[in-house]
Write a protein that binds this ligand. Structure first.
Ligand SMILES: [Zn+2]
Length: 271
């Protein structure tokens, strides 16, 4: 089965990611990435800014350069709440005009700013204009110094209503607030969720709750068209994570979740 991974990270300079990958013996390198994509038939991967510190549009230089070298990589750049003036909005717009990026990302929780903060509004309008999604970090954060109240998926309801023409992706399905995510997806036609990072590192045994939560979200919302497979590599090995999500998602929805939904939402036009 051909796969689109809707959530990976390829900034090989980020110290936290490097340390994590090393601890779990995951080859976090250009070569390691190629191996993972090849072995698992991942024909496209959305590569998302990794550092909440980078200015808007976050890591655009690195990610766009990588995408020139490797056609399977599709960059999504972040918006930093301290860099939202016209200058930064225009820099982001330019990347859309040049078809270099496929969406934008908000680091809710990593920044103590709610997604519904009006600072972000011009960027949501921009995303609607170019018909590209806004990926919002939700749920647990990688590090205890952050404030997770800003990363609760319920806040996405507010922007989904205010910006009905903008597509929002709840990253990590708000884990552990997966029920809340299911409701926000069910209620709002313009809200999607990725199922990345429910487990990280190496896992032999997976908690039954993990599988149950993902399945619940799909069944409660009745929206198999709105869930996207994503791994959050290098936090997991792709093959292990694909296996896990295949267990969580009923087989009849695999094609949608692993390929068709991302292909449609990011307008990739892949076969
Ligand atoms: Zn991530």
């Amino acid at each position: 089965m051909k796969i689109i991974d809707a959530h990976i990270h390829t900034n090989f300079e980020i110290a936290d990611s490097k340390a994590f990958a090393k601890k779990y013996n995951i080859d976090f390198s250009w070569k390691g990435l190629q191996n993972q994509l090849n072995k698992n038939n991942v024909i496209a991967a959305i590569t998302i800014s990794s550092s909440e510190k980078s200015q808007t549009p976050g890591e655009s230089k690195e990610l766009c350069q990588q995408a020139l070298k490797e056609k399977r990589l599709l960059p999504v750049c972040s918006v930093h709440p301290n860099y939202v003036s016209k200058k930064y909005l225009n820099a982001t717009k330019k990347l859309f005009d040049e078809h270099l990026i496929y969406g934008i990302k908000i680091f809710a929780g990593y920044h103590p700013v709610y997604p519904s903060n009006k600072k972000y509004f011009p960027f949501y309008k921009l995303a609607a204009k170019y018909d590209v999604p806004v990926v919002i970090h939700t749920g647990d954060t990688f590090g205890s110094q952050y404030l997770i109240k800003y990363a609760h998926p319920l806040d996405v309801d507010e922007i989904a209503v205010r910006f009905p023409k903008t597509k929002f992706i709840i990253a990590h399905s708000g884990n552990p607030w997966v029920r809340d995510t299911a409701e926000v997806v069910y209620k709002n036609e313009n809200v999607y969720a990725d199922v990345s990072a429910f487990c990280i590192g190496h896992f032999n045994k997976v908690s039954k709750n993990t599988l149950h939560d993902i399945r619940f979200a799909l069944e409660y919302s009745h929206k198999p068209d709105r869930f996207l497979y994503g791994s959050d590599w290098p936090l997991v090995l792709m093959n292990q994570y694909i296996k896990l999500i295949k267990l969580a998602i009923p087989e009849k929805h695999h094609k949608k979740v692993f390929f068709e939904n991302a292909n449609r939402i990011f307008k990739l036009g892949l076969n």
